[in-house]
Design a protein around this ligand. Structure first.
Ligand SMILES: Cc1cc2nc3c(=O)[nH]c(=O)nc-3n(C[C@H](O)[C@H](O)[C@H](O)COP(=O)(O)OP(=O)(O)OC[C@H]3O[C@@H](n4cnc5c(N)ncnc54)[C@H](O)[C@@H]3O)c2cc1C
Length: 203
């Protein structure tokens, strides 16, 4: 049983995983089991080129972010399990936990974060009831969101990134994933607000 599973390893999913990974070093989160279902084949990052994102060198490709993001996560926060080459087909809830069925395996988790992007090609059974037309995208594009309040779809079920209803900009999607991570850390810290900052050691 995982404590949290993040579905989708694009901008929002990987940002969520990095912040959660850094938070696992806090005493209240010690021993929590977290996984990222690191499917990337249908990420909008595949074809993106970034010149307008603070902190990214102009000309950075989305493709390089997909690869480097997984390496960063593995190197810095190896406690986060990365599940590669699996696509989620269904998410269902019973007895206060979620069952996540992929094309290869079944996992259980207390918390699920859905970060699979906002296209209407969404095919995860069990989540269809939350789908509505995206509130911040051109109507003719048929984008969708999972109806939520502050990223929460229902108890312990979060959505992040463009699928949460945000406009499609890298920084917004990443920020949304980071936001969800701090919400989960705050939940694990019994409601006391949490952020995770590193700082330069003073000699
Ligand atoms: C061509 C292009 C150019 C862009 N240029 C810019 C730019 O210049 N500046 C800027 O700020 N933004 C730009 N963007 C937008 C930016 O890339 C997106 O806003 C951002 O990637 C959205 O992040 P996300 O996490 O919501 O979705 P994505 O990054 O698309 O990630 C979704 C993830 O979910 C995975 N997934 C999907 N279905 C499943 C499933 N069933 N099971 C498991 N995993 C699944 C996908 O494989 C993917 O990894 C551009 C986008 C495109 C397409």
């Amino acid at each position: 049983m995982f404590d949290a599973v993040i579905i989708g390893a694009g901008a929002a999913g990987m940002s969520c995983a990095l912040v959660l990974g850094s938070g696992l070093q806090k005493p209240f989160a010690k021993g929590k089991k977290v996984a990222l279902i690191a499917h990337q084949k249908s990420s909008h990052l595949q074809t993106a080129l970034f010149n307008n994102v603070l902190g990214l060198a102009p000309g950075t490709t989305g493709e390089s972010i997909l690869e480097n993001g997984k390496t960063q996560l593995k190197t810095l926060y190896p406690a986060i399990e990365q599940i590669e080459n699996e696509k989620v087909l269904e998410v269902s809830k019973s007895n206060n936990h979620f069952t996540i069925t992929t094309n290869k395996n079944t996992y259980t988790s207390k918390i699920v974060v859905v970060a699979v992007g906002y296209t209407n090609l969404f095919t995860i059974e069990g989540l269809n009831k939350y789908i509505e037309a995206h509130p911040r995208a051109a109507t003719q594009k048929n984008r969708i969101w999972l109806k939520n309040t502050d990223h929460l779809v229902e108890e312990n079920l979060y959505v992040a990134g463009t699928l949460a209803g945000w406009r499609s900009q890298f920084a917004i999607a990443s920020g949304s994933g980071a936001h969800v991570a701090t919400d989960i850390l705050t939940l694990w810290n019994k409601g006391k607000h949490i952020k995770v900052h590193d700082k330069i050691d003073e000699a």
